[in-house]
Every structure is written in C-alpha cells, then in structure tokens.
Ligand binder design. Structure first.
Ligand code: NAP
Length: 488
C-alpha cells in the first residue's frame, strides 16, 4: 500500500463506538476488511456481538430523554460542524472509501460531498420542526399538535454507498432528537467508523450514536428490534433482508423506513435528444460501477433510434477505463466481491442464451480484483432473467419497443418501483409517461435523481417511506395531539 493509503487506514478507529467511547467487543473478536481491487486485507476491525448491541441500546435509551430536550439549534450546529469536517477531510475519506469499496476516487469524493450534504440539509431542518394549534369544528375544544422524536432508532446500511447511506439516516435522526445505533455493512465498516469519529469531534454528546460493525448482522439487530426499547427501524439494502427486518419489527410495532432494491427502466423515445439520452444512460448505468439501487437495469429504446442508441452507448462504454479506483484516469472499479461478479456473469450468459447480442464487453476483466468489463447487450428479450433481477454491475441491456403503451407495460412489469428514467422532447408524453410509471421517482431527461433536498424512495417492493427532502425528518418524528377542553 502507498503511504497515503496506509495513513488513512491507520487513522480510522477500529473499535466499536458505544456510549461515546471506543471499546473492544465483549468477546474480543475482530474481522478482516478486504480491498476488492486486489483481494488483499486492509485491516481488521472489532466484531460486535449481542452483548455489545445491548450496551449500545442501554446507552441510547439512557440519553434519549435529555437528547430529545437538547436545543434544536445546537443539534443542527453539531450536524453543520460534521458537514464542515467531512468536506475538510474529503480527500482522505474518499481514499478510505475507495480502498474498502472499490469505486474510483473521484466518485468517492462525490459521495463524500453528497453524504456531507445530508448533514447540512438536516442541520437546517432541525430548527423547522413545527406543530400546530387550531379550534375544533364545533368550537368546544382546542387542538394542540406537537412533534416529538420517535425514540431510539436502529439504522442498518449497505456497502454500496458506505458514507451517504449512513448520513441519510443519522442526519434526520439527530435533527429530530432521536438516539441511534448504526450497523454498517460488513464489507465497508471503515467509512462508518470514520463518520463516528467526525460526529464525536463535532460535539455529539455521548450515547446519542453508537456504531457496531459486525459479522453477525442478525445477532446484533434482531434482539434489539424485538426488545421493545428500540422504537424505529430504518434499513437500506436488499428487498429480501428488508422484508425480514420488517417482519421482526412487527413484534414491537416499530416505525419502519425501508429503502430497498430497484430495477429501473430507462425509456428512450424516438423523439428524444439522443446525445442527452446516451449521456443520461451512461450516468444512470455506470454511477457506482452499476452497483446502485437507482442503476438503469433495463434500457427500452424505441425502434426508430434503438440501433443508433445501442451503437453510441457501446462506443462510450467501450472507452471506459477499468482498474483500481486509486489509479489516475480509472472510471470503473471492481465489483464488491466474487459472488457479485458471478451473478453478473450468470445474467449476461442467460440473456445471450435467449438471443441477446454482446455489443461490447461481456466478461470479467484482468486483475486480482473482481473486475468486470462495461457491457452492452442489444436485442435483449423481455423474458431474460435480468429483466426482473437487479444486475448490480456494469451491464446495460437494451430492449427495443414499438409503442408507448408497450414500453410502459414492460417497464411496470416488475415487483420493484424505485426509480425510472424517461427521455423524450414531447412535453405531453413526458408528463403522461411519468404519471403512469409505477416508481417513487422519475428522472425526466436526466440520469441522476439523488439529491439531499428531494424525497428519495420507492413504491411496491422498493420500500416504505422517504429519505431526504422536507419529508425526510418526518420518518423520525411522532405526532402528538393534545385535545384541550374547558376553554371559553
Ligand atoms: P443487503 O445484503 O440487504 O445488506 C444490507 C445491510 O443489511 C448490511 O448491513 C447487511 O449486513 C445487513 N443484513 C444482512 N442480513 C441481515 C439480517 N439477517 N439482519 C439484519 N441485517 C442484515 O444489501 P447489500 O448487498 O449490502 O446492498 C445492496 C442492496 O441495497 C441492493 O438491493 C440495492 O438496491 C439496495 N440499496 C437500496 C438503496 C435505496 O435507497 N433504495 C440504496 C442503496 C442500496 P452484512 O453486511 O453483514 O451482510
């Protein structure tokens, strides 16, 4: 490892963060964190168990009442200071993220800025939590409506956006006055630990946040979800795990937010600006090496432009440079692990067996890491497995369609409903199609929808609730109504 790489790994804390302190796990276990571009071990971090989870819960429950009363302005200022610290350390944090997750450093820098922006956004929301006061319709009572923090919250995040998925939950939890326990993904604990260091430095009182890396996800989360003192579960990850956590949360009737898998359709109509559509497809497909819940999973191109669109997209995909994310000029890093790469290869093989043509790529790339070549498949039949499976890799399947109705029927023919993309220059069509797409978000002539100031989330099996925007903080607030009688 180069000097800078060694320094950022050395500087990050590797213990559990519980009750404002760095601690060794009760059982003393550790686990290895791997660099997906080389397969080599970066370091070992503490491995939390059930006892550690209960220590974190005890701390969260103990400080919840005082934290709820902490002045909103000060809660906001802690978040604001953390935002500044993230931005000051953007270079180091980006390198740390690249090492554990694989995305190229410039993209990792982008994620640090995106992640920091959630803290800035919610620092502003902390002082805008409002209730209400009104008179009952019959004039015989008054209604006082107050907003209160939900209470101790369990937060579970995935590996693909190791920093932003954390701040998108921690930001509103802190702003609302909730204490929280974060369980980051096993493959990317370092970014979450670095975030805990920063929040502590920014003045977050002890016990408000605990961070528990673990190899025993269920052993850490399930007992807490069933305990009764946790009042909220917020999860980002796959639909299968989300469903399981929803079931576990039902026992104590927890408030739940779920940001789950996607299977985004990307519709390009004959009347689209083709340059813009190709550019948008590159962003929607290749952001994060294709490992994004928002990734364009199925590209539907109308028959008049399908061949030209596929040709231009293939040309652009073929020009991308694959390699270790730390190298200058690299645009596509490795996939997260061998299993992820095998899944991508299986989906490509299945589509080809059913008649798809490989325009570019189509197989693994050289190197010790889990590299896969940017791939475009054309003439993909709708019945190919990848039409209803999250690819989570740099593979763009292009499916040709004739009519708007046909495109909409195919686009909606999935259990997922996170995001869709539409490229057209016809305003009527743009609005009509956007209304009929069964997704929580639509990118209209744009390939990226993520923004801390906008409500992010899905419908159907893609989730419950929204993160970011004005509604993001609502997920961590309860509404209490006080009926006031005897008022003349
Ligand atoms: P995952 O396997 O569902 O894991 C997500 C998190 O859940 C990890 O921290 C994981 O821990 C934990 N987990 C796994 N099994 C668990 C269990 N039985 N009990 C409690 N926690 C458990 O998902 P992933 O592979 O990390 O992430 C990719 C998925 O996330 C994709 O489906 C993607 O679409 C989705 N995603 C959605 C959004 C969104 O906003 N909608 C954003 C990003 C990603 P371990 O690491 O220990 O397994």
């Amino acid at each position: 490892m180069a000097g800078h790489e060694e320094r950022v790994i050395t500087e990050v804390a590797k213990q559990l963060f519980i009750g404002g302190e760095w601690r060794d796990p009760a059982l003393g276990a550790t686990f290895k964190v791997e660099d997906p571009s080389t397969g080599s071990v970066l370091c070992e971090v503490a491995d939390a168990g059930t006892d550690d989870a209960f220590a974190a819960l005890d701390a969260a429950v103990r400080v919840q009442p005082t934290w709820a009363k902490h002045p909103p302005r000060e809660r906001g200022e802690i978040l604001r200071r953390a935002y500044e610290l993230l931005m000051q350390r953007q270079e180091d944090l980006a390198l740390l993220m690249t090492l554990e997750m694989g995305k190229p450093v410039p993209e990792a820098k982008g994620e640090i800025a995106y992640a920091a922006d959630f803290l800035r956004w919610f620092s502003e929301e902390a002082v805008r939590i409002e209730g209400g006061f009104s008179t009952a319709p019959n004039g015989q009572a008054r209604f006082l409506i107050m907003r209160q923090p939900v209470g101790p919250s369990m937060l579970v995040t995935p590996w693909n956006f190791p920093m932003a998925m954390g701040t998108r939950k921690i930001g509103p939890a802190i702003a609302a006055g909730c204490t929280a326990i974060l369980k980051p993904a096993q493959q990317t604990p370092l970014s979450a630990l670095a975030l805990a260091q920063i929040l502590r430095e920014a003045g977050l009182p002890e016990g408000v946040l605990s961070v528990l890396p673990t190899t025993d996800a269920g052993g850490v989360t399930e007992p807490l979800l069933r305990d009764g003192r946790i009042r909220k579960m917020s999860f980002t990850g796959s639909t299968g795990v989300g469903r399981k956590l929803l079931e576990q949360s039902s026992e104590q009737v927890l408030r739940t937010s779920l940001e789950l898998g996607g299977n985004a359709p990307f519709l390009v109509f004959d009347d689209a600006d083709l340059d813009a559509a190709v550019e948008g497809a590159m962003q929607a497909k290749m952001r994060n090496i294709g490992e994004a819940c928002t990734a364009a999973n199925r590209i539907y191109a109308q028959s008049g432009i399908a061949a030209e669109f596929s040709r231009r997209l293939s040309e652009r995909m073929g020009q991308l440079r694959v390699g270790r994310g730390t190298e200058e000029g690299v645009q596509v890093g490795p996939l997260i692990d061998a299993k992820a790469r095998e899944k991508v290869q299986h989906l490509v093989d299945d589509a080809v067996d059913r008649g798809a043509r490989v325009m570019v790529g189509g197989g693994p790339d050289e190197g010790a890491g889990y590299f896969y070549r940017p791939t475009v498949l054309s003439d993909v039949p709708q019945e190919a497995e990848l039409s209803d499976t999250e690819i989570f890799g740099p593979v763009a399947p292009v499916i040709t369609f004739e009519t708007e109705d046909e495109a909409l029927a195919d686009a909606n023919d999935t259990e997922y409903g996170l995001v869709s993309y539409v490229y057209t220059s016809d305003l009527n069509r743009a609005l009509r199609v956007s209304e009929r797409l069964e997704t929580g978000m639509v990118g209209l002539n744009q390939g990226i929808v993520s923004n801390p100031a906008a409500p992010f989330g899905g419908v159907k099996h893609s989730g419950l609730g929204r993160e970011g925007g004005r509604v993001g903080i609502e997920e961590f607030l309860e509404t209490k109504y006080i009926g006031i009688g005897g008022v003349d």
